[in-house]
Every structure is written in structure tokens, then in C-alpha cells.
Design a protein around this ligand. Structure first.
Ligand code: HEM
Length: 538
């Protein structure tokens, strides 16, 4: 056989093999697809019984998530409107089934459950950042809240016109966390707090992109984008700070400097029983509204006792035999630094925005603060915070209309029957508790889009379904920082309003909302500050 003939035989057999490969591949793929569809038959059957906007083959409703963050938010809220009566909306993102719930009865089934406690698959994008961190416990530190609130007031004095108050709130909450949760004293902090806060904000943009853009979801594709490189740089800043904090604390431990119990209140404890107008409910996260929650037990010392900073507690545990690795400590620290700062920064910025827009409501808050503090410039005590009843109602109303965490997602492993309709949500679904929509239900809050702090008068709260107001989630995986957050917010916001009056050129209807994990104003939290008379004299 000639050389060319031999080559031809080789070529022919390669061609035949390739052909055979494709002839087998196609039926194999068809079979695999049929099997995959069959194995998901139950999911499709139940999903078909739920209502939702129509989608396209293969990509489902993924096109609803195109455009910028503010467009996506508006689009999702508008597109869900036709289903508001049932308050159950089905969406497909590719092959992933998402079911949004916003009937309090259905929300209760999910959030109160000890079974559906797994966070949704979408949370995996947090993994390179937070690992598997989950907060265990934390203390309350009134003196540090006061000192940091005064520091932010000093910084705010230089703002003459319109400015974005969120930057200040972010920096302040990071610094408070460094001191209270990590036990890093002010004198040893440097500029990294602000840098950290900004990096977190940009990191949330990337996570939001991955949640909403279907092609960004697989790591294989994401790792080729510029966002992956950017994520690496941001994580260097974020982890740089947490690693530095842990290293410094460990050295202190080695040198015998800790455990450093943080002095939280120099005065003798004032228990709730020796006050005239507070009760045990006063210790709930919504004390003046009479809201009770599962953190209410055994906590009569809130804000009073000497506590170990969270990180000191972890390090001390690791030294006294509790098995916790360095990596786990880092993950816990990263988690609390994120969960503890961005949420309160958004909550306080929305509150200041509300004060700017609703001047007559701000008048009442200021009147209450003047009654509590008179002309005095003294720091706020825990007892003062219990008397800030109207301010607290405004804060709750802010968290109702603008919940910093606008959705909560759970991966459900078993079918769930919805009490509202008797319909079933199939196992394998990502159930999304749509807090933003739940909090704006007309049947629960009359005139639901109106900012009305009286929604949290005790008599109104008493008759409301407990799961109709869940800014901190509820049940076994709810926010462990809620009391810390409420106390911190009351002290920061009261300190600011004792010094300034807030104004706003924009109305609430002008706000462009976006939900990059945390709810924000896309145009920035623009407000103006006017020094109050008392402050101008000082
Ligand atoms: C206004 C302020 C805050 C709001 C609105 C808020 C809201 C929430 C919500 C809704 C969740 C549940 C999230 C989910 O299941 O996906 C949560 C969880 C959590 N929060 Fe907060 N939070 C706030 C402040 C804080 C603070 C100050 C800390 C810590 C100091 C904190 C620590 C945590 C932690 C560690 C979790 C995770 C719990 C778990 O995974 O089981 N939060 N928060």
C-alpha cells in the first residue's frame, strides 16, 4: 500500500470514529436530558400550579434581570404586582425555580421552621469572602456607641450643602464594630475602616451581578471576567483588615494583655423594674411597639454589663480548648464585620432620608429628644434609649418601608404547603421571602406606601401578624445582631438629631431603589444638614 493510501485509511477511520462519537453523543444527551426532566417531574408539576410571569424556553425569566440595579429592582416589583393578591410569584432563572412569598402566613411557615434553615444556593457567591461564618454572640457597648456617634457629628460639621450621608454612616458603623465586636481600640485603628467599607460596597455590586445575570453564575465563566480580578483585589482589602485585626489581638493575647472586658456603662445598672414607664418588653428590638421576639429572654442586662468583645471571646475560647481553627475565627470575623455594618449603615441612612423628607415628623422626634436631654450635651444612657419611643417608631417605620435586607432566600429540601392557598412549593426550590413587598401589603398596613410611624403604636402592632414585619428575619436563623443594631442606631441617630436638623430636596417618590444584597438609594442618600440652635451656640 502506498503512503497516501495508508494516510487515507487512517483519515477514514478517524472520520468514522468521530462520526460514531457524535452519533452516540446526541442520543446520550437526549437520554440524559429526558432522565433529568423525568427526575424533576415533580418540581415541574408543582411549579406549573403556581402563578408567575411567562418566561422563555431554557432561560425562563432571566431577561427580567437585565439592566442596572435600579431598573432590575423596579422591574421585579412592577412585574410581581399582578400576583399581589395571592402573594406567591414563580420565576425561572434558567433551570432554577424561585418562588417569592409575601403573605405573612406563608412567610411564617418558612422562617419559623427548624427544617428549612439552609440558606439558598445563591449565598454560595459569598463563600470566597465569608467562608462559613455565622455569628455566635455579641455584647452591647453604650459608651463606645456614644463616643463614635460624637465623632461622626464632628465629621458632619464640615458638610455645608447636599451630600451622601451613607459614606459617613458606613465608616461610623465599621469603626463601632472594630471597637465593640473586635475589641480594637480607637487609638490603634487607622484609615482601613473607610477603605474596608468602600470595598464591601463594591463587593456587593459584584455579588448582585452574579445573582441577577445568568451567565455570571457558573464559576467557570465568572472567573474569566474582569469582575473576578476585581473581586480578588476587594477581598485583599477586606481580608487584609480582618487578618490584621486578628493578628494584633493574638499578639496581645500572647503578651497577656487580654481578655479585655469592655466597659459598657460606667453607671450602676438601671434595671427595667426601677423605671416608671418601661417594662420587660422594653428589651425587645421594638420596645415601644411592644414587639417581642425570641431574643427577649434572660437579657435584663442589655447595655449594662462588662462584656467580652466578640473576637476576644472567640480567641479566648480557642485558647481554653474549644476547637475552633484560625480559618473559622477569620470567617466569623468577616461575617460579623459585613452583617453588622452595611445593614445598619443603610438603615441609618434611610432614617435620615425620612427625617429630611418628613419635616413635621422630624419636629416630633426632636421634641422628644429635647424632652429627654434638655440643653445637656451628655452622652445617652440605656435608660434614655428606652424613652426614645417616637424615634423608635420612626426607626421601625423606616425598616418597614426600606428593609436593609429586602429579600431572604432559603433552599427548601421538602415540599412546603402554603397555608394561604393550600398550593405546594416543591423541594429544590429557592424560596424568597420578599420582605420589601410583605412590608407594603395594603391589608396589613393601611395606606401602606405612606411613612407613618404610628403603624408602630403598641395597639396597632398588637393586632398584626408577627411575620408581617420581619426586617431582621425571624425564627431560628434570624438576625442575632438585632438588639445591638437597634441600640446602636438609636444612639447614633439621636446624637445626630440633637446636633442637626436634616433636610432633603427630594421627595420619597423621587427615590430610586436598588437591591445590591442590601437595599440602597441608587442616587445616593442625599441630605442637607442644618446645625440646630443649641448646636450653633455651642
Ligand atoms: C438594621 C440592621 C440590621 C438588619 C436590618 C439585619 C437584618 C438581618 C436579616 C434579615 C438577617 C437574615 C438574613 C438571611 O437569612 O438571609 C440577618 C442575619 C444576620 N445578622 Fe443581621 N441585621 C442587622 C444588623 C446586624 C448586626 C449589627 C449584626 C452583628 C453585630 C448582625 C449580624 C447578623 C448575622 C451574623 C446574621 C446571620 C445569622 C445566620 O446566618 O443564621 N446583623 N440580619
Amino acid at each position: 500500500m502506498s503512503y497516501t493510501a495508508a494516510e487515507n485509511v487512517v483519515q477514514n477511520s478517524t472520520w468514522a470514529a468521530t462520526n460514531m462519537f457524535y452519533m452516540l453523543l446526541v442520543p446520550a444527551l437526549v437520554l440524559w436530558y429526558a432522565y433529568w426532566r423525568m427526575s424533576r417531574r415533580h418540581l415541574y408539576e408543582l411549579a406549573d400550579k403556581l402563578n408567575g410571569p411567562p418566561g422563555l424556553p431554557l432561560i425562563g425569566n432571566a431577561l427580567e434581570f437585565t439592566g442596572g440595579s435600579a431598573d432590575i429592582f423596579k422591574n421585579v416589583v412592577n412585574k410581581s404586582a399582578p400576583f399581589d393578591k395571592e402573594a406567591v410569584v414563580r420565576l425561572w432563572i434558567g433551570s432554577r425555580l424561585l418562588v417569592f412569598l409575601y403573605d405573612p402566613r406563608d412567610v411564617e411557615v418558612i422562617l419559623s421552621s427548624h427544617v428549612h434553615i439552609d440558606k439558598a444556593e445563591e449565598y454560595r457567591f459569598f463563600k470566597p469572602w465569608l467562608g462559613n461564618g455565622l455569628l455566635i454572640s455579641t455584647g452591647y457597648f453604650i459608651d463606645l456607641f456614644n463616643a463614635n456617634s460624637r465623632a461622626v457629628v464632628d465629621k458632619l460639621k464640615k458638610e455645608a450643602g447636599d451630600f451622601d450621608c451613607h459614606d459617613y454612616m458606613s465608616e461610623c458603623t465599621v469603626e463601632i464594630l472594630l471597637e465593640t465586636a473586635m475589641g480594637v481600640s480607637k487609638s490603634t485603628q487607622d484609615q482601613s475602616g473607610f477603605e474596608y467599607a468602600m470595598a464591601v460596597m463594591k463587593m456587593c455590586d459584584i455579588l448582585h451581578l452574579r445573582h441577577t445575570k445568568i451567565w455570571m453564575r457558573p464559576d467557570m465563566l465568572f472567573n474569566w471576567t474582569k469582575h473576578f480580578k476585581n473581586q480578588g483585589k476587594l477581598l485583599d482589602i477586606i481580608h487584609g483588615l480582618t487578618k490584621k485585626v486578628i493578628k494584633r489581638k493574638k499578639e496581645e493575647f500572647k503578651n497577656g494583655k487580654v481578655p479585655s472586658f469592655v466597659e459598657t456603662e460606667s453607671k450602676e445598672p438601671e434595671t427595667t423594674t426601677n423605671t416608671t414607664n418601661t417594662s420587660v418588653e422594653g428589651l425587645s428590638f421594638g420596645q415601644s411597639a411592644g414587639l417581642k421576639d425570641d431574643l427577649d429572654v434572660d437579657d435584663t442586662d442589655v447595655g449594662q454589663k462588662k462584656r467580652l468583645a466578640f473576637l476576644d471571646l472567640l480567641l479566648e475560647s480557642s485558647q481554653s480548648g474549644v476547637v475552633i481553627t484560625d480559618e473559622e475565627i477569620k470567617e466569623q470575623v468577616d461575617t460579623i464585620m459585613f452583617e453588622g455594618h452595611d445593614t445598619t449603615a443603610a438603615g441609618s441612612s434611610f432614617f435620615l432620608s425620612m427625617m429630611g423628607v418628613h419635616q413635621h415628623i422630624q419636629d416630633k422626634v426632636i421634641e422628644e429628644l429635647d424632652q429627654i436631654f434638655g440643653d445637656s450635651d451628655r452622652p445617652a444612657t440605656f435608660q434614655d434609649t428606652l424613652e426614645m419611643k417616637y424615634l423608635e417608631r420612626c426607626l421601625m417605620e423606616t425598616l418597614r418601608l426600606y428593609p436593609p435586607v429586602p429579600i431572604i432566600a432559603r433552599e427548601i429540601k421538602q415540599d412546603v404547603t402554603l397555608p394561604s392557598s393550600g398550593k405546594k412549593v416543591p423541594a429544590g426550590t429557592t424560596v424568597v421571602v420578599a420582605t420589601y413587598k410583605l412590608h407594603r401589603r395594603e391589608d396589613v398596613y393601611p395606606n401602606a406606601n405612606k411613612f407613618d410611624p404610628d403603624n408602630f403604636l403598641p395597639e396597632r402592632s398588637a393586632n398584626r401578624h408577627y411575620y408581617a414585619f420581619v426586617p431582621f428575619s425571624a425564627g431560628p436563623r434570624s438576625c442575632v445582631g438585632r438588639k445591638y443594631a437597634m441600640l446602636k442606631l438609636k444612639i447614633i441617630l439621636s446624637t445626630i438629631l440633637r446636633s442637626f436638623r436634616v433636610q432633603s430636596d427630594l421627595k420619597e417618590s423621587d427615590f430610586q431603589l436598588q437591591a445590591d444584597i442590601i437595599l440602597k438609594r441608587a442616587e445616593g442618600f442625599k441630605v442637607k444638614l442644618q446645625p440646630r440652635k443649641k448646636f450653633a451656640k455651642a
